[in-house]
Design a protein around this ligand. Sequence first.
Ligand code: MN
Length: 202
Amino acid sequence: MSFQLPQLPYDFKALEPHIDEATMQIHHDKHHAGYVDKLNAALAGHPDLVEKSIEDILRNIALVPEDIRQAVINSGGGHANHTLFWQIMSPTGGGEPTGDLQKAIGDFTKFKEAFTNAAATRFGSGWAWLVIKEDKSTAVYSTANQDSPLMQGDTPILGLDVWEHAYYLKYQNKRPDYISAFFNIINWEKVGELYRSIQLPH
Ligand code: MN
């Protein structure tokens, strides 16, 4: 048993012109694959952890032995973050959320401004997030590096990778243009599905 690189739910070029084919190919086949490989290497000799989901491991990160904890935060976070990222984008995305998610988010212009600001002001590498907190409310913030919101008890339902590897080939230093383009490909249907699955009693 080991963690596996998930396939993209669309072609490498499907998100053009917003995200280019070369970026998607390198991002998935090299960066995400690298996180999976390093996660498996870190967990070698820990079969009890390998049989859990990466979400479970990150939610209970304090239970991971200290000598491999930072490696799991980096590579396991990288695996979980990218797995979500691929799902919440779509060539037929864009627009605005509907239904219960729309009610939870409230004013879309304000949400877009808050999310854009979180993504733009994250210094260095990291992610911008829309999360569901333990009390089921929503929040927007960013994290550094590959730190997952799961480690602080929140469930991410939308994430934007603002590492330079996510946009530099096409956008170079213009991160704001990449953030703006992302709104054209957000798969709100999937984000809404994730939102509803968390609202349901487990
Ligand atoms: Mn990335």
